[in-house]
Design a binder for this molecule. Sequence first.
Ligand code: ATP
Ligand code: MG
Length: 200
Amino acid sequence: KEEILGDKHKKQVGIMGGTFNPPHLGHLIIAESVGSQLGLDKILFMPDATPPHQTPKTAIAAKHRVAMVQRAITGNEHFALETAEVKRGGISYSYDTMMTLKQQHPDTDYYFIIGADMVADLPNWHRIDELTKMVQFVGVKRPGYSVQSRYPILWVDAPLMAISSTMIRRRVQMGCSIRYLVPEAVIDYIEKEGLYRDQK
Ligand code: ATP
Ligand code: MG
C-alpha cells in the first residue's frame, strides 16, 4: 500500500543522513520501509563530513564511508548516494545542506528520515525551527528511545532493530562475525581495508 503525502506534482525524496561508520542493515531496512510506506520516488543516502555531535576523530575517513555506502545501496534502484556534505566538508549542519538542496531542486519535497535517538537530539540541531518548516521529519523507532517530541514528526513503523554502527565496530575489533548485520559487499570492503580492527 502506497500513500502519497505531499504535492503530487513534486518529486518525493527521502534523505537518509548519517555517519555510516559503517552502514548496516538497520539503515537499509528503515530506508526501504519508509520509502515504500510513503511512496517516495527516491532515497538519498547522505554521509556527513563531520557530524555536529561528534569529534572529527570518532569516524573514519569520509572516502571509506562513501565507498561503503555506495556498496551498501548497489542494486536498489530507489537508493542513491548524495555526497553534498562530504564535498562541502567542515561540520555538516543539515540546515545548510537542505537549504542548498531545496534551492537546487525546487520541484522536490524532502522527507528527512531519522531514528528515535536523533529525534531526541533535534532540540540541539542548528536552526531546527527553520529546518522543520523546510522538510518533513520522518521518525523510526529505535530500542531504548522515546517517541515523544515537541517537533512535528511523522512516525513510520519499521522492524525494530538493535543494530548500530557502534556495535559493528566493536564486533570487528573483537574479531566477532558481522555477517547478516552488514551487507556482504561492505564486509568485504572492511576486511580488504582492515577497518575498525585497531579502534578502542
Ligand atoms: P553510531 O552507533 O556510530 O552512532 P548508528 O548505527 O547510530 O551509528 P548513524 O550513521 O549514526 O548510525 O545513523 C544514521 C541514521 O540512522 C540516524 O538517524 C540513526 O538514528 C538511524 N539509525 C541507525 N541505526 C538504526 C536502527 N537500528 N534503527 C533505527 N534507526 C537507526
Ligand atoms: Mg548514531
